[in-house]
Design a protein around this ligand. Structure first.
Ligand code: B12
Ligand code: SF4
Length: 453
């Protein structure tokens, strides 16, 4: 069933359930590119709440939403740019010689649409994806507070979880939720905020996504698992979700089929550890896609573990429709890694297996970490040349110091920025841990190197 666009959604009928409005705020950053982005955490929360009897609606400031909104044309496989409005640089970033913008829907239009909601929602739930995008979340919370001062406002997601003290100090919210909504005490506190008895947690909590809240989606996320069994030093996966939980193939396949029926052809995996224990859900899901002959493209923007790319695995992925391949190489200094062990031989075998399975060189991108505390940038250069020698596209993954990651203290020591006190300084665009920080000339040199010039 296709729903009409926000704000024409009549709140779907529920007997006496609360009416909950989820809001995914704007991005505020120096640059933003849509790589099949969805506020998956918020969509998981709205799915749980709906399955527990609530009526839910979504305002996604990063979705075109209305037909008359000018939106840059979609790029390859549904990725693309957002419209933007330049903002003044926040004080903490005032030394940067770069433009800073709000990305997504026009602010006035969003405010107007929210103001038209009548009667007001029973609760507003605001998500936060990157810690340093918090200004958008604070702004949306302020708008909600102006419009409906008595409606409970709840903030959750990455910023709320990893920068809780900062959020408590600055966010105009009744509840700042740290961690997953499906944990017992968080689940209870949501219903306490709504002044309702706590219902049982629905099946598939934390893995089901309310994707139908998008009226005309052109792409969709797939979430087959939560967490990661590894503990790389620069990563906050453990702090966000300390376990590793895998979903149920039938539910995942149904979600793909339902989006495919609505016309979606591009699907992006959001899993941290896609290829770990693939018999659990990945292979049965891919078998289901093939058995139904679904014409679709699968994408792995979040990178796969190269050492798991045996020839058999590569063939399976290719046959099911994997198109955009992103690999986590991180460095070619194989003896000094800060992450999942990967030997040179494993890397080379994985790379050859992909090529032998028929993937297009153009669709294979390889992430190389740039800007770790104390990193010798000559090694980054070597890694770029090495990746290019395979014909793959090197991508610099600019290091983001993240609270809750094992490397965060070291990053704080290496950076002139107050990383722990001001999440805006965790933005990888400022090269927070590179001596001298961001510099246009150096950025240009890296760009040329990546392009092989
Ligand atoms: C998928 C993913 C991506 C995707 C899509 C991201 C998107 N949606 O736009 C892609 C590949 C594009 C991406 C890119 C990047 N990512 Co990323 N990404 C992720 C990943 C793996 C999963 C996020 C997710 O959806 N999880 C599943 C949901 C269900 O979990 P959740 O969000 O935690 O939600 C739960 C709770 O938080 C809570 N909750 C969530 N929202 C709300 C709202 C309310 C109101 C409430 C009450 C509760 C609540 O309940 C939810 C259900 O349990 C996370 C790591 C992780 N394990 O979370 C990194 C992560 C968010 N990414 C990260 C980084 C660094 C990046 C990049 C900068 C990488 C790089 N160097 O280039 C880029 C920049 C992104 C950009 N400019 O667009 C960091 C965060 C950094 C930060 N400072 O915040 C993370 C944490 C990974 C890490 N390294 O540790 N990413
Ligand atoms: S970087 Fe990837 S493999 Fe390492 S802990 Fe994070 S999610 Fe897991």
């Amino acid at each position: 069933m296709t729903r009409p666009s926000f704000p024409d959604i009549p709140w779907p009928d529920t007997e006496n359930g609360p009416r909950i409005l989820g809001i995914n705020p704007w991005i505020t950053d120096f640059a933003a590119f849509n790589v099949w982005s969805r506020p998956v955490g918020l969509l998981a929360c709205l799915d749980m709440l709906r399955n527990a009897g609530a009526s839910v609606a979504l305002m996604d400031c990063l979705d075109p939403t209305w037909e008359d909104i000018k939106w840059p044309a979609a790029g390859k496989y549904g990725t693309g740019h957002y419209p933007k409005k330049e903002l003044e640089l926040p004080d903490a970033l005032s030394s940067m010689d770069r433009r800073y913008s709000r990305y997504g829907l026009p602010r006035d239009r969003v405010r107007e649409a929210l103001a038209a909601i009548d009667p007001p929602p029973d609760a507003v739930m605001v998500s936060s994806i990157m810690t340093y995008w918090y200004p958008g979340a604070l702004d949306v919370l302020n708008i909600a507070a102006e419009l409906w001062p008595d409606t409970p406002r709840i903030l959750g997601g990455t910023y709320a979880t990893l920068c809780t003290d900062h959020a408590r100090k600055h966010a105009n919210a009744h509840l700042i939720m740290q961690g997953t909504m499906e944990n017992k005490s968080n689940w209870a506190s949501i219903w306490a905020a709504l002044n309702r008895p706590v219902p049982p947690l629905p099946d598939n909590a934390g893995l089901g996504l309310a994707l139908d809240l998008y009226a005309t989606p052109t792409y969709a996320p797939i979430l087959g698992s939560r967490g990661c069994p590894f503990a790389c030093e620069y990563c906050a996966s453990r702090a966000l979700y300390p376990r590793f939980t895998q979903g149920n193939a039938k539910a995942i396949l149904n979600s793909i089929i339902s989006e495919h029926t609505r016309g979606v052809r591009d699907f992006a995996f959001y899993d941290d550890a896609l290829l770990v224990n693939p018999d659990c859900w990945l292979w049965p899901t891919l078998d289901g896609i093939q058995a139904r002959n679904l014409d679709l493209r699968l994408h792995t923007p979040n990178a796969m573990h190269v050492r798991r790319l045996s020839l058999d695995v590569c063939h399976k992925l290719k046959q099911a429709g994997l198109t955009t391949v992103r690999l986590g190489l991180e460095t070619t200094d194989f003896d000094n890694r800060h992450d999942v062990k990967l030997t040179r031989k494993e890397w080379e075998d994985g790379a050859h297996n992909l090529l032998e399975s028929g993937f297009q060189l153009d669709d294979i991108g390889v992430y190389i970490l740039f800007g770790l505390p104390g990193q010798n940038l000559d090694n980054v250069e070597q890694a770029v040349r090495h990746v290019r020698s395979f014909g793959f596209r090197p991508h610099l993954a600019h290091y983001t110091p993240i609270p809750g990651s094992p490397m965060f203290d070291e990053a704080c020591k290496a950076s002139p920025y107050p990383l722990a006190d001001e999440p805006l300084c965790q933005n990888n665009s400022i090269w927070p841990c590179v001596p001298g920080n961001f510099d246009w000339d150096k950025a240009r040199q890296w760009k040329y190197l990546l392009q092989g010039k």
